[in-house]
Design a protein around this ligand. Structure first.
Ligand code: SF4
Ligand code: SF4
Length: 117
């Protein structure tokens, strides 16, 4: 009986407090903290096609695809739906062509939205 009253009191307090959840994605107020590893940004102009990113990706989220713009005629294609945001690709890239941004808004209904070339 005491437990029941305690539970009721706890629920009454919870109802009277301000909500702690937000209506995502309609009301977004939170910035990602410094050092957060979010959506990948890739700069083809800086890429030399060395392959360090796809050779070191533990999630196999990067595939080499043909291009005329790099020395080796290859460039990475990122599949963010496989990515675990470890940041290894950015760390090993010798030309800093890859950046993990603060953007954490990756929810989508289309898988193609999560492919970066
Ligand atoms: S952040 Fe990690 S998992 Fe994602 S693409 Fe880069 S190396 Fe692969
Ligand atoms: S590691 Fe950097 S330079 Fe090398 S292929 Fe990947 S993006 Fe291009």
């Amino acid at each position: 009986m005491v437990l029941k009253w305690a539970k009721l009191a706890k629920e009454a307090i919870a109802v009277s407090l301000k909500p702690v959840t937000e209506h995502y994605p309609y009301k977004i107020t939170k910035e990602a903290p410094p050092g957060f590893r979010g959506k990948i940004q890739y700069n083809l102009e800086k890429c030399i096609g060395c392959g360090m990113c796809w050779l070191n990706c533990p999630a196999k989220a990067i595939e080499p695809v043909p291009t005329e713009k790099t020395r080796t005629k290859k460039k990475p294609k990122f599949y963010l739906y496989r990515c675990i945001y470890c940041g290894f690709c950015a760390e090993v890239c010798p030309t800093k062509a890859i950046t993990l941004t603060q953007d954490y808004h990756t929810a989508t209904l289309r898988k193609e939205d999560l492919v970066i070339e």
